[in-house]
Write a new protein. Sequence first.
Length: 277
Amino acid sequence: MTEPRMPDSSRNLPRGQGYPPPPGAPPHRQDAYPGNNYAPPPGYAAPNPQQPYNAPPGMYPVRPAKPTSGKAIASLVIGGVCVFFWPVAILAGPVGFWFGMRGMKESKQPNGRFSGWGLGLAGTIMSAVMFVMCVGIGILFVGLFAFAGNEMKHERARQQEIRAEERKAENAEIDLFMIEERLYRYYIDNNRSLGPGGPIVKDGEHDGLYPDDHPKVEGELKLTDLVRDQDLHGKMGEYSLKLQGDKRATIRATTTGDELTADYNLTRDTRIKRASD
């Protein structure tokens, strides 16, 4: 069974019109929508686009975001550079610290004009820490260089003392043999005896062939009868002569402790005894 179809009355309406309002409905008003002289309800004022928005009671007003402090950003950047390139902290550290303090001051809550207090704090800490570390490393290096230089200076002084002692020992040995050479010359010219009566050989010019009228040694043979100060590398007082009979003597260098023993009993036998042996 088919349902009866309602007549479509909209087909008979003019273009642009819909269904007519139901019976009893108020007439349609075109001025009830915006743009058609809309009037606000009673008790409300029309909004004024020129006045700022006031938040309703009980709600906080929305404040605009503060700009970030440029000094705080600069301090953070400088602190980062000091961390990665620490040698520049000796100069850049104080600059980053100053920027950080200024950035923290101008962004201090709640009345600061800028934001970025934390950035300024981080930059200040990094700049200060790296500056102190750089100064400490510099002091350490200076101390190490000073210590090394002092050690090198002391080492040079020790080497000079060693060389001076070596030269002194060499000169003393040369003087001992030269004194022994004069002693043997006296021994030959004094009829193979170290007793008194032989020629004074300290001039060292005759090579053992002294005339009979040449000055003679009176008393025991002394070192001054054999050499002069200008003949020695050292001084006369640095050597001593000790006779042990008429064919044996010991010559000693007091500065080094070396001793040279001359024994003429059978042949010319000389032996040196060094203090370092």
